[in-house]
Ligand binder design. Structure first.
Ligand code: COA
Length: 153
């Protein structure tokens, strides 16, 4: 009988935490920086090179991939998916990180549950609706929703 290689999800030693961070396990967090007074909910994965500012809340089941930066005082809802590989060559980059793209989220950005964030830049003071798919940079504060996300307010 074959046995799979089992790898435990965990928080690795190289994660840099600010003061007073609360993490609800299980999580898989490695090689990233998380600011002070943050909350990280269960079943989240936060990958290496990610930087999260102060007082930002990441709710359960969210995936924050490499090359994502999130500012201060943000709220990232449940099951939010960030993307760095847009399959630019017609399929996954298969480890070729030169094909990955970065995402920058400003301060005071709230992202509703189940939103998908392609590699974009989002300015400060933006609300993204639940289930939105953000495909383009957002440079004006406001409320954005839908697929593709458009300004609704
Ligand atoms: C986007 C959002 C902030 C807008 O809230 P609001 O300002 O009260 O907006 P309204 O409910 O008045 O809706 C305005 C219009 O946008 C539409 N709309 C609202 N939310 C939407 C969404 N997530 N996706 C697509 N359309 C949406 C409404 O159907 C309405 O359309 P209509 O004018 O054609 O009837 C809110 O609906 C939302 O998605 N919040 C996310 C909450 C969340 O995920 N919280 C996580 C913790 S539980």
């Amino acid at each position: 009988m074959n046995k799979p290689l089992l790898i435990e999800s965990r928080i690795t030693e190289d994660v840099v935490f600010g003061r007073n961070v609360k993490v609800v396990q299980p999580v898989n967090i490695y090689g990233c920086e998380i600011g002070s007074d943050c909350f990280i909910g269960p079943f989240t994965e936060i990958q290496k090179t990610v930087r999260i500012g102060n007082r930002t809340k990441i709710q359960s089941h969210t995936f924050v991939c490499e090359l994502v930066t999130i500012g201060d005082d943000c709220f990232i809802g449940h099951g939010v998916m960030f993307i760095n590989d847009v399959f630019q060559s017609g399929g996954p980059a298969r480890g070729d990180k030169t094909k990955w793209k970065s995402t920058t989220i400003g301060n005071m950005v709230s992202i509703g549950s189940n939103a998908t964030i392609l590699p974009v830049t989002i300015c400060d003071n933006v609300v993204i609706g639940a289930g939105a798919v953000v495909t383009r940079d957002i440079s004006m504060p406001g409320v954005y929703a839908g697929n593709p996300a458009k300004k609704i307010k």
